[in-house]
Design a protein around this ligand. Structure first.
Ligand code: NDP
Length: 613
């Protein structure tokens, strides 16, 4: 369906900054809840079937008792990228283990119809230059991304030894042997010199504690466990099983926005249950052309990746190489606006002036999106209900050209809960504002556990040297060096968002970590050092630095409508906000790692002496 542009319909909306801010505050107040993050639960206990793998049958296999040089927990792009760097560092013996039935990480699980990566494929898919893989669309669809992950694994010899449909149950460091002992739910006992954990920030489905969820007698599933056996079709559509069904999708985040157009097209009737409207900007996806990647100079991908992260960090670049909705946000919100004002004045702005400028630019950006809704959605009441009233970066920005037009279909109904969510789920449907909606199928597009403890998300605890337990060490907040090591847990590495510089292009974040890991492991091999760990002093300094910068941006987030970005509106614990990322931003973090490597003294790491055990 095309992003149909209609004549503007005259709608009332606040004008002027004060009126807008008052509207934002009013909408935010409706959504703040005393139960905060406790409004959610995991897909466990009586709802554990909602986390089962519908894609790969889990057959029996004999337990494996073996030795491995490097065990990577997680089969997504973080582990794959790390494995490539480890191979380059000379590590031959690598094994990947994942509870998923194959490679791809989040893209293994998220196979909902219409699933697409909203980061430009030329910067999101790693090693395009090396592999020659050419994404078929500018924003690649799920199957293309999964195929790339599988191809990377095959090319680097990671496919044969991989242990899938296997959940790690524990990891214990044996200091005498200098090895990790890792156990799994398949009875495996894996003895590894090195272990890395790349469990992904968005792996475990999160369910709303809506009363009655367990009572629903119809069909229910989470978007990351899409039941094509019930809906028919595949990731490209063709959901013929829904033709005669009344379907409700709960949730309008980045996932809801991508699957609603497909559901609208195929369901007998679709109810889109909305708590907070998404802010959906132009996507403008298109197939890549045959010449698109021809004649590019060596190093083009790294340059494009760097350029994107620079622009989206609010710094200026002469050329915006990706030039899409993401970079537009930052061009509009920060760098360009502030830069222009500074030029006009011929001197720097005060912090308050910068904030005012960003606020005004933010209002303009969101006004543009609200106008977009007015132009596209025919029914004025539906258009009003779809409008987002919050600052652009309070929720993850969304981009799609078929989402808003879906609401012009006669067989699609927006059920706006006015910020309060679903009251109750019954045997036959759901209740919003006292009205009961009968449905056959409930689809939960309710997201993933983000702020919960690392060891809970991993599903196992880790025992380091002298019986140190990771969940206990991190009970009051993460403690790492560079997000990669934690003292007392030798030869263990973390790849992900914790205490690192997070780019909206997650692949960039993990690429920098993987390169850093490769550097350290290569050095260890060259210097015959079998064991590495962070010193407590270096860790303390780094944690202090994280805390020093953690509150940057609080002025912006504290006015936000709740989301997982803001720990559901509770900013009192900055460690939970964006998992305690490096507050100075991804570029500063990558530069920090780069300077550290250039110094070459491996400051902050200890290499316990000893024979190569
Ligand atoms: P989100 O957590 O972003 O959204 C969950 C949705 O469920 C929200 O709309 C939320 O409403 C709604 N919800 C929760 N509880 C209730 C309730 N009780 N009643 C009604 N509605 C409720 O999850 P997503 O899966 O959409 O996205 C998660 C993340 O995954 C994204 O932020 C993004 O990082 C990633 N992603 C990336 C994509 C990509 O292209 N790269 C594509 C898809 C996802 P409310 O907003 O009010 O909280």
């Amino acid at each position: 369906m095309a992003d149909r542009v209609q004549e503007p319909v005259s709608r009332t909306r606040p004008v002027g900054a004060e009126e807008l801010r008052a509207r934002y505050d009013k909408e935010r107040a409706k959504r703040l809840r005393a139960d905060g993050t406790a409004q959610y639960r995991g897909a466990d206990g009586e709802l554990s079937h909602l986390a089962e793998d519908p894609f790969e049958p889990v057959g029996p296999r004999a337990p494996l008792h073996t030795e491995v040089e490097f065990l990577l927990i997680g089969g997504g792009f973080a582990s794959l990228t790390a494995a490539v760097h480890l191979r380059r560092a000379g590590i031959e013996d690598i094994r990947i283990v994942d509870r998923a039935g194959g490679f791809g990480g989040t893209w293994y699980w998220n196979r909902y119809p219409g699933a697409m990566c909203d980061i430009d494929a030329s910067i999101y898919l790693p090693f395009l230059e090396e592999t020659g893989h050419r994404p078929r669309h500018r924003y690649a669809f799920g199957p293309d991304i999964r195929a790339h992950a599988e191809a990377l694994a095959r090319t680097h010899g990671l496919a044969d030894g991989a242990l899938f449909s296997t959940t790690v149950t524990g990891a214990r460091w044996d200091d005498g042997e200098g090895r990790w002992w890792v156990t799994t739910d398949r009875g495996d006992l894996l003895r590894a010199r090195f272990v890395s954990m790349a469990i992904g920030p968005l792996d475990r489905p999160k369910l709303p504690r809506i009363p009655g969820l367990g009572d629903f007698a119809g069909h229910v599933f989470h978007t990351s466990r899409w039941d094509y056996g019930y809906t028919g079709g595949d990731e490209h559509g063709g959901l013929t099983g829904l033709r005669d069904k009344r379907v409700a999708v709960i949730g309008t985040g980045a996932t809801g926005v991508q699957c609603v157009p497909q559901l609208g097209e195929w369901a007998g009737h679709l109810y889109v249950v909305q708590r907070t409207p998404a802010a959906v900007d132009v996507r403008d996806n298109r197939p890549t052309g045959p010449d698109e990647f021809r004649g590019l100079p060596a190093g083009w991908q790294a340059e494009r990746v760097r350029n994107f992260t620079t622009v989206v960090s609010g710094s200026t670049e002469e050329t915006d190489l990706v030039h899409d909705g993401w970079t537009a946000i930052f061009r509009e919100l920060t760098a360009v606006a502030a830069g222009r004002a500074e030029e006009d004045r011929g001197g720097p702005l005060t912090r308050a002036e910068r904030h005012d400028l960003m606020t005004a630019a933010d209002f303009a950006t969101m006004d543009r999106i609200r106008d977009r809704i007015d132009r596209i959605v025919a029914d004025p009441a539906t258009a009003e209900a779809l409008k987002p009233w919050y600052d652009r970066w309070c929720k993850r920005p969304c981009f799609h050209d078929d989402y808003y037009p879906t609401f012009n279909r006669p067989d699609v109904t927006l059920v706006d809960t006015d910020g309060r969510g679903v009251d109750r789920i019954t045997e036959h449907g759901f209740v919003v504002a006292g009205e009961h909606y009968d449905v056959d199928c409930l689809i939960l597009a309710t997201g993933f556990e983000v702020g919960t403890e690392h060891t809970h998300r991993a599903g196992f605890d880790v025992e380091g040297r002298d019986g140190a337990v990771l969940s206990e060490k991190w009970a009051n907040g993460y403690r790492t060096l560079h997000g990669l090591h934690t003292a007392g847990f030798p030869n263990l590495f973390f790849l992900g968002v914790t205490q690192t510089g997070v780019s909206p292009n997650y692949s960039h974040t993990v690429a920098e970590q993987a390169a850093h890991l490769g550097y350290i492991v290569r050095w260890m091999r060259e210097h015959e050092r079998p064991v590495v760990e962070a010193t407590p002093e270096a860790e303390e300094d780094y944690v202090a630095e994280i805390e020093r910068h953690a509150r940057q941006g609080t002025w912006y987030y504290e006015r936000c409508t709740p989301s997982y970005f803001t720990n559901e509106g509770d900013l009192t614990d900055p460690r939970k906000v964006l998992a305690g990322a490096y507050g100075k931003g991804p570029l500063a973090f990558f530069a920090l790692l780069d300077r550290w490597r250039r110094r070459g003294d491996l400051a902050g790491l200890a290499f316990p002496a000893g024979e190569d055990r």
